[in-house]
Design a protein around this ligand. Structure first.
Ligand code: ADP
Ligand code: MG
Length: 473
């Protein structure tokens, strides 16, 4: 298949979409797209911005692919590239990728829309943030200490030479110890320094996309996505335990990528050998690579993390207060940061700096262990409902609209974090829901936390309000 044939498919697809959607909608989303090049069963399209790309993907990707499939008689994957980005070294790169100043050797006649030299980005390609990585999860924001030194060195080694150093890599350790942060730091660094395609996904999302592709009878769309990438980061692979189908798929993805020297990084909440019902052949694959673990930070690192976090937030927290927090919370970094957030919120709201006494008083419950506080699930429901302008009935009822589902899931998550109640007990109070529904909600929120940097603070606010409410009642 030549490049030219695919250009024809693309143009015809655009003509059909223009007819189907009408001029107004079409021109809003399609006139700024440009055919860049083709690969095997693949078309690469230039987009003006990540926002534009995400919208096109969400709204039109399926329609485009259906039409391409009809025209080509087979699945053709779509890839989007920021128009300012340099094309990857593919044999069929058309001249549009040259991007030199003053001239382009652009192919005449075949391009359906704007010529690339008109785009302002072409002179000075500017790389935005990666859409699925948190921009604050960088190496700069990651404190290195004895507990994680080896892991950080390996992670940096990977970012220097993806696919060559330490491949595959497994980062493991308990909750809140910085696995996701470190993994995304690798992604962010590679994204910033090179022209690589990077996919970050949670294991749950990997499974969901797989299931979806089967449902829609488009197994190739899944394969093309995960097997045509330079770097694949899969977070929380303990989620794959006891799920044989997806382990099989992971095995094939793994082999394809590794044989073409593409970088794989995984995280897991335990050493890989402790996973339950995990395929033997996958296990043996992991042995080929490197495993690094993260342990809870020591006192010095805890202080350093708090200092850095306060500094990034522009908050003035004294060394004495940092000492109090570091001495009292040793479990993990997430709890440490939560405690600091409570104090920063307090000082912002009250307009006064935090003293050691205030810190001790405010964090009393946290120091005892938040889960021991005498908190009811109903209190959390009440606070969450108020916060989102809903009723208790919305929290416990069956309505499925997104403005209710999300607060409900968030409330379940907070209930699990702040109390000792089991998912079964939480489910009962949330309108007699099954414990698996509660677990799903919690996983959902955890997944969103990984890519939404504002959710952390929403959760912190909720927790703070819950504590305030329960200390009054
Ligand atoms: P995990 O994925 O292991 O559960 P996360 O990566 O989500 O943990 O980390 C929890 C929180 O702690 C995040 O806010 C993260 O930025 C922070 N964190 C973890 N380790 C460090 C570290 N070494 N330096 C700075 N912040 C850290
Ligand atoms: Mg994580």
């Amino acid at each position: 298949m030549t490049d030219l044939d695919y250009t024809g498919f693309w143009n015809t697809t655009l003509t059909q979409l223009r007819n189907d959607l009408g001029e107004e909608e079409f021109s809003g989303w399609f006139t700024d797209l440009r055919y860049l090049r083709a690969g095997e069963n693949l078309i690469v399209i230039g987009v003006p911005s990540t926002f534009h790309r995400d919208k096109v993907k969400a709204r039109y990707q399926n329609a485009i692919k259906t039409r391409l499939k009809e025209l080509a008689g087979k699945d053709i994957a779509l890839e989007f590239e920021l128009a300012g980005d340099k094309a990857e070294n593919s044999p069929s790169v058309p001249e549009t990728a040259a991007g030199g100043s003053g001239h382009t050797g652009q192919k005449k006649g075949n391009l359906p829309s704007k010529a690339p030299e008109k785009l302002p980005q072409i002179e000075k390609p500017e790389k935005g943030r990666h859409p699925n990585l948190r921009d604050d999860y960088t190496f700069d924001n990651y404190i290195m200490g004895e507990n994680n030194k080896f892991a950080v060195m390996v992670a940096k080694g990977i970012s220097d030479k993806p696919g060559i150093n330490y491949n595959p890599c497994l980062i493991y350790g308990g909750v809140g110890l910085g696995k996701t942060h470190l993994m995304q730091a690798i992604g962010n660094k590679i994204h910033e320094t090179g022209d690589y395609k990077i996919i970050y996904t949670t294991a749950e999302n990997f499974l969901n996309e797989f299931v979806q592709s089967i449902k829609e009878n488009k197994p190739n769309s899944f394969k093309n996505k995960f097997r045509y990438t330079d770097v694949l980061l899969i977070d929380d692979i303990h989620f794959f335990q006891e799920k044989e189908g997806i382990q099989e798929e992971l095995f094939h993805t793994y082999n394809t990528l590794l044989s073409s020297k593409k970088q794989l990084v995984f995280t897991c909440d335990r050493p890989i050998t402790e996973l339950k019902k995990f395929s033997e052949r996958l296990l043996s694959r992991f042995v080929e690579g490197i495993s690094v673990d993260l342990r809870p930070p020591q006192y010095e690192e805890r202080c350093a993390i708090l200092k850095l976090t306060a500094e990034k937030r522009g908050a003035n927290i004294s060394d004495e207060v940092i000492d109090v927090i570091s001495k009292n919370i040793s479990s993990n970094v997430r709890d440490l940061k939560s405690a600091l957030n409570i104090l920063i919120a307090y000082s912002e709201l009250m307009g006064q700096s935090v003293t050691v006494e205030i810190a001790q008083q405010r964090l009393r419950d946290t120091f005892i262990s938040p889960r021991q506080a005498n908190l009811s699930i109903e209190t959390i429901q009440r606070v969450a409902a108020d916060y989102f302008g809903l009723t208790i009935k919305d929290m416990t009822g069956k309505k499925r609209s997104q403005n209710i589902v999300f607060p409900r899931q968030l409330a379940m998550y907070v209930a699990r974090e702040m109390t000792e109640f089991s998912t079964t007990e939480i489910g009962q109070v949330f309108g007699g829901r099954d414990h698996t529904t509660v677990m799903h909600s919690i996983e959902k929120i955890k997944g969103q936390l990984l890519t939404d940097s504002t959710l952390d603070s929403t959760i912190e606010s909720l927790k703070r309000l819950v504590k305030e409410f329960s200390s009054k009642s």
